[in-house]
Design a protein around this ligand. Structure first.
Ligand code: 5GP
Length: 193
């Protein structure tokens, strides 16, 4: 998506450890106009897929997921992150390694809010190694629901998480795919979804 790529090139900052900071428009201050355009694009890609819920993980996926859910006319459900594994029986859980903080968390979703009739679109701000998305897929599968697909703002293609999902047959749509990045340069990969 050209407008997102241009914004990343103008305002994104590459930090040590392969972290792309986009705090000025996506992860801290949010550019509502750009958010709306990203949601429109993901709605175009998934409106025909019979999505019943949008699922993300707190916190930074919630804004985009909410905008996409509004367009699809379905609820948005966000997995909560917990540092303990001492949880009730009423929740589905999956462990998530945080790429940016290098910590382990447990993602949890109440069993009340996902069921076998759901066809779930997973949305997140970033896709890197795929740990967060795979945890959400695991939760959808535990509920006996279906994964309609995965919609992502920024995929770091060189970390391989997105391609591993595509190879498994998951429909992954990323609005910008970073091919390579360093402090002095950043390039994008373009492909048909
Ligand atoms: P994964 O689990 O796919 O390795 O990483 C995805 C998660 O880590 C996303 O939910 C996102 O919050 C965070 N993340 C991974 N890489 C980056 C990055 O380069 N920049 C930012 N801002 N977040 C990232």
């Amino acid at each position: 998506m050209q407008v997102l790529e241009d914004k990343i090139l103008r305002e994104g900052e590459v930090r040590p450890g392969n972290v792309l900071k986009v705090d000025g428009f996506l992860n801290h201050l949010i550019d509502i106009n750009l958010l709306g355009q990203m949601a429109d694009e993901l709605n175009d890609k998934f409106y025909a897929d019979g999505v019943t819920k949008v699922l993300t993980i707190e916190a930074s996926g919630i804004a985009l997921a909410t905008a996409v859910a509004e367009r699809l006319g379905v609820p948005i459900l966000f997995a909560k992150k917990s540092k303990t594994s001492n949880l009730s029986n009423d929740v589905y859980t999956a462990s998530v390694h945080s790429f940016t903080h290098n910590t382990e968390n447990t993602a949890l979703v109440s069993k009340k809010y996902l069921n076998t009739n759901d066809n779930v679109l997973i949305v997140d701000d970033f896709l890197a190694n795929g740990c967060a998305v795979n945890a959400l897929i695991s939760i959808v599968e535990q509920a006996g629901a279906k994964v309609a697909g995965v919609g992502i703002a920024v995929e770091k293609g060189f970390q391989g998480g997105g391609d591993a999902l595509r190879q498994k047959g998951v429909k992954v749509v990323s609005l910008a795919i970073v091919q390579e990045m360093s402090e002095s340069s950043l390039t994008f990969r373009h492909e048909e979804a």
